[in-house]
Write a protein that binds this ligand. Structure first.
Ligand code: FES
Length: 105
């Protein structure tokens, strides 16, 4: 069953990323982009993550990296974008991810 229709991400894929260490919707987004377009799937992703114990929750709680593959990846330089140039869907996604991160904290 698809969780994120924008990127064709299934429930099984979200669970796989969670097993590999993704503990938050933001980390799921980093792993497969789910939740980064319209944002309507973020609460569903949060619900899926809330069902099982995160195997690396202690690391996340301590602020330590839980996705070792992504930690070694180069971090792209931030791109300055005025809020007025941001597409409405991107603004909604940022708001949804920020709200989900606040709930998870
Ligand atoms: S359904 Fe996941 S970003 Fe749109």
């Amino acid at each position: 069953m698809f969780v994120c229709s924008c990127f064709g991400v299934t429930e099984a894929q979200v669970k796989k990323h969670a097993e590999e260490g993704a503990c938050t919707p933001r980390q799921i987004a980093s792993a497969c982009k789910a939740g980064t377009d319209c944002g309507s799937c973020v609460r569903r992703i949060q619900a899926l993550l809330g069902r099982g114990a995160c195997p690396r929750r202690e690391l996340a709680d301590e602020g330590r990296p839980v996705l070792s593959d992504l930690v070694d990846a180069p971090v792209p330089a931030p791109v300055a974008m005025p809020a007025t140039a941001m597409p409405a869907t991107a603004a909604l996604t940022v708001a949804a991810l920020t709200a989900a991160a606040a709930e998870a904290a």
